[in-house]
Design a protein around this ligand. Structure first.
Ligand code: HEM
Length: 532
């Protein structure tokens, strides 16, 4: 009897006179048909795609050439960047990490791959960062891969992220910094023996700050002293989903966008609700908005009038969500890295503190950005933290344009293949950053006067490094919020170090990190003392 005959028999069960009872042999046949056949077909399909792929000649783990499951697994370990770094040490600057994806350790190619012409399109990796609205998948500015749609979304609001516009929001920053100081004083100075999880407080500060500049009111994490509405932990889980499912984009249609039953990721409904409630309250004039100090909600609403053809309520909502989800954790990661590495290294810590204290700002006040911005060592520490611990530590995937591309090695990559530079990998390339690239060393960002570096040489080195540093991405899809983040970072580091003496509760203890697109950290436990 043929297999198909067996299946038919099994389905209608006539051999037993009972349509619902299957014998052992039939079950085996069903298993063969239902499990083995698809596996063999998939294996055959993978082998044909592997053998015919134009990327076949590039080195990498054998399994990665077959299936994206390899990189999905690496992402789930939380140590993805380390696995890829090892592969580059073994194979050189080009490693095949997926059937159609090359990871490149050529930071000098940033200007080409991440150009301003938008010819290198984002891949579908980004697509699951989207929502179903009235049954239609809608993307926002970060996740759209369509460059025309992206330009339409960006044009109406980009000017509000310039440094000048961000500085108009400084009163919001100062208010949130005032609350941070007050909470740290009350909770950790007065109760003198209590250690402070500074890493956690930086997250509370960053979330309260982004909600303040967006809605003119904090969510209230600092007031509560914990993640009271679980938005922070839910955002982490939703990034775990984004990073993993992005490796095999069609999984999103089985999970989050499943038309029958939605399986994941964790719902961001509390963040979405707050965005929606605030939007409605503002349009009805029910919140306490003070037009003298603008905020992003108002800028986004105004964009509907200035760009009525492109900006609608759904887009305003998308702008708000991106502000919250891209703006808080990234900045917290950077600030945490600054404190951790400075506190681990007494020489860096005292040089930084001395520079900040020398300005003579009253320690009860928030540090003005205009003063903090002109402290060269603070700038060096900020830049080194961004280089050494980039908030995004996975490849920024792009499609090679139709005409293809020749790598510095002379190898050709045809159009339609995907490539990416991972900021973690590119920011530690010894050929660019020097033999000590694996050290946290802020001095590298200063002019090496004692080593005889001339003004001209220093300028050239900085130009090269600026072009290679991918911490904020580059080109047409460069981070929109970088000015917002830098003002926040300079101000909080200067304010805190101006006011407190800080030491790690346990100098030997290492923090824990997890890489899930955002490379987040846990555990910067400190003791705080008021400065005399
Ligand atoms: C230190 C803090 C931050 C870091 C390190 C950072 C890093 C990045 C990186 C690497 C990208 C490029 C992603 C890619 O090309 O795949 C990006 C994009 C983006 N970031 Fe940030 N970010 C930070 C803060 C912020 C803030 C505060 C906001 C907004 C409030 C923001 C909003 C965005 C948006 C909207 C994009 C997408 C831009 C586009 O595609 O046009 N980021 N960010």
């Amino acid at each position: 009897m043929s297999t198909s005959g067996g299946i038919l028999d099994a389905l209608i069960g006539f051999r037993h006179g009972n349509p619902f009872i299957l014998d052992g042999q039939t079950i085996i046949r069903l298993a063969v048909a239902g499990v083995v056949v698809p596996i063999v077909t998939l294996f055959f399909w993978f082998t044909v795609s592997w053998a015919s792929s134009p990327l076949r000649k590039y080195p990498g783990p054998f399994l990665a050439g077959y299936t994206n499951l390899w990189r999905l697994y690496q992402v789930r370990t939380g140590k993805y960047h380390l696995a890829i770094q090892k592969l580059h040490e073994k194979y050189g600057p080009v490693v095949r990490i997926g059937p159609n994806l090359l990871d490149l350790d050529y930071p000098e190619l940033s200007k080409v791959i991440y150009g301003t012409d938008g010819k290198w399109r984002k891949t579908e990796f980004y697509h699951n960062n989207s929502a179903l609205v009235n049954g239609k998948i809608t993307y926002h500015m970060f996740s759209t891969t369509d460059q025309t749609e992206h330009a339409q979304m960006k044009r109406p609001i980009v000017k509000h992220f310039s440094l000048g516009s961000v500085l108009a929001l400084e009163p919001h920053y100062d208010r949130v910094l005032g609350e941070l100081i007050q909470q740290l004083d009350t909770r950790f100075l007065k109760a003198s023996n209590t250690t402070c999880d500074l890493g956690e407080w930086i997250a509370f500060y960053a979330w309260d700050l982004i909600t303040s500049v967006t809605f003119s009111k904090s969510f209230g994490y600092m007031t509560h002293g914990h993640d009271f509405d679980t938005s922070i932990s839910t955002a982490d889980k939703s990034l775990d989903y984004f990073a993993a499912v992005g490796q095999i984009p069609f999984l999103d249609f089985l999970l989050d966008k499943n038309p029958l039953v939605r399986i994941g990721p964790p719902n961001l409904s509390n963040v979405a609700n707050i965005a929606m409630t605030s939007l409605v309250a503002r349009t009805q004039g029910l919140d306490n908005y003070n037009p003298a100090v603008p905020d992003y909600l108002q800028h986004f609403i105004d964009a509907k009038s200035t760009h009525p053809d492109t900006v609608h309520d759904g887009m305003v909502f998308g702008y708000l969500l991106v502000n919250l989800l891209a703006g808080a954790d990234t900045t917290a990661i950077t600030i945490r890295a600054i404190f951790y590495y400075a506190l681990k290294n007494p020489t860096i810590y005292s040089r930084l503190v001395n520079e900040i204290r020398s300005v003579g700002i009253d320690k009860s006040n928030a540090f003005p950005y205009s003063q903090a911005r002109h402290l060269p060592y603070l700038e060096a520490v900020v830049r080194e933290a961004l280089r050494f611990h980039p908030a995004v530590a996975m490849p920024l995937e792009r499609y090679v344009p139709a005409e293809g591309f020749t790598l510095p090695s002379g190898d050709f990559v045809p159009g339609g293949c995907a490539v990416g530079i991972n900021p973690y990998i590119g920011n530690r390339t010894k050929a660019v950053w020097g033999a000590d690239a694996e050290e946290f060393k802020p001095e590298r960002w200063l002019q090496d006067v004692s080593g005889g570096e001339s003004d001209e040489e220093y300028k050239k080195r900085m130009q090269k490094w600026n072009a290679c540093d991918l911490s904020f991405g580059a080109g047409s899809r460069i981070c929109l919020g970088r000015n917002l983040a830098l003002v926040e970072t300079y101000k909080v580091v200067a304010t805190i170090l101006n006011r407190y003496e800080i030491e790690l509760a346990d100098r030997e203890k290492e923090w824990e990190t997890v890489n899930s697109w955002f490379w987040r950290q846990k555990g910067v436990e400190v003791r705080l003392k008021a400065r005399e």
